[in-house]
Design a protein around this ligand. Structure first.
Ligand SMILES: Cc1cc2nc3c(=O)[nH]c(=O)nc-3n(C[C@H](O)[C@H](O)[C@H](O)COP(=O)(O)OP(=O)(O)OC[C@H]3O[C@@H](n4cnc5c(N)ncnc54)[C@H](O)[C@@H]3O)c2cc1C
Length: 451
């Protein structure tokens, strides 16, 4: 017997999950509160509305977002299929006509005979045997309170204060030194030391840089424990030196002295290919972030993997809550997907919907959900959310640094990425055959029809 699946939230993740389930012959109840009840950002009643940019980022295989999309294409993704159909010129990126995109996704989901679309808010986590919660960063208050009670208050976040992340290959390590404050914790941190003159110049640039426009609802998040670095700086010349740039407990081995100020970098992924700027939450415009933060010694050539930001975002502490299949550890049959599950970005949200949909389909037939291989971009996303350090968990975009290293050393960055992409697609191919055997259901999967 196959159980019906309930999905809450018809955004990028929820729509993709519904599609994946319907393709597998599983019936779905999909609850979407818009247009009856709006979020502070969405403007229409369409499913999968893109709330900001119309870009789904890079499409080439040597870009991590491109590889993720290709894997999704091969898994018959609705979101990527529609994006391909309504793409607009944007160089090597996949950008879409936003209105047409949301309309086509809505039509495709509404046309699925096994999906019932309910236009109502679900204020609670539904009780059914198989449920996917995909209510996004702007989850309604009633449901957010219920999720907080389910995962534990301290495991649900209501805002995202993200420090910038840089590519390790672009850090000038010779200008930095490794140490932890007072020698506690070995040499875990990379310290970028500033002398008085460098600090003065950095301080001036930071306090005069241009900030991004705030959404009205962003203001509530500026409580003391989470101030953007430019706001701390605006309170006085030395406030940063008593805050995120404090040099106490550190001695630069090259001078034998304590630096005037320090920016600390912390390893941000298991592969040590990404480092984040500790305590550098910021609302500066992205171009300004590059300009100002490249003044930090060691970061003059830094390539930013992710820019800093602070915005409303409801998401669970995934490593303490979820398996790589996006199923919760506390309640079998309950999945989280989309931004709510602790991923970041349109494509990653849709990808997690795909993964949760595949897992929920297996669960609805009484089977155990299976994780995708770690060396695929889809699998790496699941591995990241479930296996990261829960103490420092931050949602992230897909990046090659989340995939395991190649067995052989490849110096050239482009070739290395292509080799990782080829390995991923081969691995996905083999996994699909295995999944096909697991899914051997009375009704074979229908092909993804075009148009
Ligand atoms: C302001 C803002 C700007 C962003 N800009 C970008 C960007 O430019 N590029 C990018 O890659 N990512 C961006 N993101 C991040 C993220 O990729 C998007 O939020 C993305 O839409 C997340 O997909 P999702 O499916 O998780 O959530 P959503 O697409 O938001 O879908 C969730 C759905 O659940 C519904 N819902 C909420 N609560 C309930 C309930 N209780 N009952 C029923 N339905 C409910 C909502 O109405 C919504 O339709 C942005 C996020 C925010 C908040």
């Amino acid at each position: 017997m196959t159980e019906r699946v309930t999905i809450v939230g018809g955004g990028l993740a929820g729509s993709e999950a519904a599609w994946q389930l319907a393709r597998r012959g599983v019936s779905v109840d999909l609850f979407e509160m818009r247009p009856v009840r709006q979020t502070p950002v969405h403007q229409t009643g369409d499913l999968a509305e893109l709330v900001c940019s119309n870009s789904l980022r890079g499409n080439a295989l040597d870009q991590a977002a491109g590889l993720l999309k290709e894997e999704m294409r091969r898994m018959g993704s609705l979101i990527i299929r529609v994006a391909d159909e309504v793409r607009v010129p944007a160089g090597s990126a996949l950008a879409v006509d936003r209105e047409l995109f949301a309309r086509r996704v809505t039509e495709a989901v509404a046309a699925l005979p096994d999906v019932r679309l309910h236009r109502e808010e679900s204020p609670r986590i539904p009780e059914g045997p198989v449920v996917i919660v995909a209510t996004g960063p702007l989850t309604s208050d009633a449901l957010a309170a219920e999720i907080a009670a389910f995962v534990g208050q301290t495991h649900l976040y209501f805002y995202d204060a993200v420090s910038p992340v840089v590519d390790a290959e672009t850090i000038e390590f010779a200008r930095t030194f490794r140490a932890s404050r007072y020698g506690k914790g070995g040499d875990d941190y990379v310290n970028c030391p500033l002398d008085e003159e460098e600090y003065e110049a950095f301080y001036r640039a930071l306090t005069t840089a241009e900030c991004a426009e705030l959404h009205a609802f962003d203001h509530e998040f500026f409580f003391e424990g989470c101030l953007p670095v430019e706001v701390i700086a605006s309170r006085g010349r030395d406030t940063l030196r008593f805050g995120p740039m404090k040099p106490v407990g550190l001695v630069d081995p090259r001078t034998g002295r304590r630096p005037f100020a320090v920016v600390q970098l912390r390893q941000d992924n298991l592969a040590a290919s990404h480092f984040s700027l500790v305590g550098f939450r910021t609302q500066l415009k992205w171009g300004e972030q590059r300009r100002v933060f490249q003044m930090i010694p060691g970061l003059a050539q830094a390539e930013f993997i992710r820019m800093g930001m602070i915005h409303r975002n409801t998401y669970v502490n995934a490593p303490s809550t979820l398996e790589p299949t996006f199923e919760t550890r506390q309640r079998l049959g309950l999945f989280f997907a989309g931004q709510m599950s602790g991923v970041e970005g349109y494509v990653e949200s849709a990808a997690s919907g795909l993964l949760a949909g595949v897992g929920a389909a297996l669960r609805s037939r009484g089977e155990e959900p299976v994780a995708f291989p770690e060396d695929t971009a889809l699998g790496a996303l699941g591995h990241y959310i479930a296996r990261s350090d829960p103490k420092h968990y931050q949602p992230t975009n897909i990046a090659f640094g989340l995939l395991p290293e190649l067995p052989q050393r490849v110096r050239d960055k482009g070739r290395k990425r292509m080799a990782m992409a080829e390995r991923a697609l081969g691995s996905l191919d083999r996994f699909q055959s295995r999944l096909g055997r697991l899914e051997s259901s009375p009704a074979p999967l229908p092909a993804v029809s075009r148009g």
